[in-house]
Ligand binder design. Sequence first.
Ligand code: S3P
Length: 176
Amino acid sequence: MHTPSAINIILIGPMGAGKTSIGRQLARRLQRPFLDSDKVLEERTGVDIRTIFHYEGEQGFRIRESAIIDELTRKQGIVLATGGGAVLGEQNRQWLSTRGTVVYLRVNIEIQLARTAQDHKRPLLQTKDRRSKLEALEEQRSPLYQEIADIVLDTDKHSISVIVNSLIRQLGLAPR
Ligand code: S3P
């Protein structure tokens, strides 16, 4: 695959897959701007994701998330990390798949549980049985991730820099 420099690189996948850490390092290596849709949403609203869920529910959050995804995917040449549920809306999937090269970062449940063990910020994980919640989300969402993925990468076994190197190779991009 050869990815022209104007094409966006869009990271999708479940919570704890490493979208933000991998995205940030990938952007640094490629000297591209890095944006995280949740981060942009928090900056815009002035409150955190938890607060949006608290006052507007998941439905309200999804409406805001969708508007941000539309806006950010219109940019060119960025690395974009999305929230785990960004693929839920059909319109979102269309924007993501037509406005960039989509990289699906996969992770197994044990690693996901370990990475999110101390998390108090993700509203969907503030439940007693995180394992069941993560399994249910996986079942619902993995076909959606798969549907729009140009590249699928497992993040379980390797360090961030090994994953980033592999991604750069698969994207056909030499770091500047
Ligand atoms: C969500 C994932 C979160 C964030 C919100 C909802 C989800 O992003 O968008 O808490 O539905 O999976 P991360 O995947 O970056 O944790």
